[in-house]
Design a protein around this ligand. Structure first.
Ligand code: AMP
Length: 308
């Protein structure tokens, strides 16, 4: 199956307790695209950058097999810039700057070759932009995956509600799930969110892993305990990218296959946090990924024989 990704391609400046970066490559669609390329998924990105965006970063994606024909370059514009500083726990961060720049007027154009993608992954953007992409598809994709955040709940809830009602899979973090549903219990929250439209709800819990809800079923995946977490930026996007890419590459959309997809996404995200920005993810091979998936299996496998 083909995967179409819509999201930011950006510059980030990141500060963690371990150091800081100048402007480096970032953006949700960048992380998603690199993650999908590790599985060799047929992936296209729709986004926008300014004339200041290095051609070599677009070439890096192209060389990995990611189609960037849908990344518009506005020569006289500036690329979206985000800057953040992580607290000592690395779980929380302050946004220091968000310069929307060319994203402010983003009118996504879906290239003809991607109009019939079976899986559409709508990265975290204004819900009106996400909706417009869905409307530009030649036919409704088999699976629409939505990533969003509390900022849109605070500022654009009406249109976000419309977007959610057209979504199959939503990925949000635990606090956002609570805000969206008004429920503290994540089980109740997921049920309420499913009633808004999505058949599948994924709740991300940072270093505590993620939960997948479907009908009355729940699947839980841990995050791999790592000796060193260096920079969590992009972990959520990498997770979504690995998840969507696994479904696209295997071509099977089911709860059972989503369990594996969740592990793939978590394994990929565990690489992203090991270095600043996209640096670590760019080095990962399929063999590295397989090894790490093995570590996930070991982490949760145990003997059940005597309790049968
Ligand atoms: P994450 O750490 O998964 O939340 O994603 C971080 C990435 O999201 C960074 O590379 C940023 O460039 C990008 N980002 C941050 N804020 C926004 C926003 N308002 N719209 C689009 N992308 C954003």
């Amino acid at each position: 199956m083909k995967l179409l990704v819509v999201g930011s391609v950006a510059f980030d400046a990141i500060e963690t307790p371990f150091g800081k970066t100048d402007k480096i490559l970032g953006g949700a669609a960048t992380y998603i695209g690199i993650a999908a390329s590790i599985l060799g998924t047929d992936t296209s990105i729709v986004s926008v950058v300014g004339g200041d965006f290095p051609q070599e970063d677009l070439d890096m994606l192209t060389n990995r097999g990611v189609n960037v024909d849908g990344v518009e370059i506005i020569k006289e514009g500036k690329t979206f810039f985000w800057s953040g500083k992580y607290h000592n726990d690395l779980n929380t961060r302050d946004t220091l700057a968000t310069e929307v720049n060319v994203l402010a007027e983003f009118n996504p154009k879906v290239p003809a070759h991607a109009e019939n993608a079976e899986i559409l992954l709508l990265g975290n953007l204004h819900p009106a932009v996400q909706l417009s992409v869905l409307e530009k598809m030649a036919k409704r994709p088999q699976l629409v995956i939505l990533d969003t955040m509390n900022f849109w709940m605070d500022t654009a809830m009406d249109i976000l509600g419309q977007m959610i009602s057209k979504t199959d899979v939503i990925t949000i973090n635990d606090e956002e799930a609570r805000q969206l549903s008004g429920e503290y219990s994540l089980i109740k929250a997921a049920e309420k969110i499913r009633n808004m439209g999505p058949r599948f709800v994924i709740i991300k819990k940072g270093e505590h892993g993620a939960l997948l809800f479907h009908d009355k079923k729940i699947f839980a995946v841990p995050a791999l305990p790592l000796e060193e977490v260096f920079d969590p930026t992009g972990a959520g996007d990498t997770f979504a990218g690995g998840f969507a890419a696994h479904l696209a590459t295997t071509g099977v959309i089911s709860f059972e296959n989503m369990k594996t997809a969740l592990i793939v996404g978590s394994a990929m995200a565990s690489f992203t946090v090991e270095k600043f920005g996209t640096e670590r993810l760019e080095e990962v091979s399929q063999d590295d990924l397989k090894k790490r998936i093995g570590e996930f299996r070991q982490l949760t496998a145990f003997e059940t024989e005597i309790y049968k």
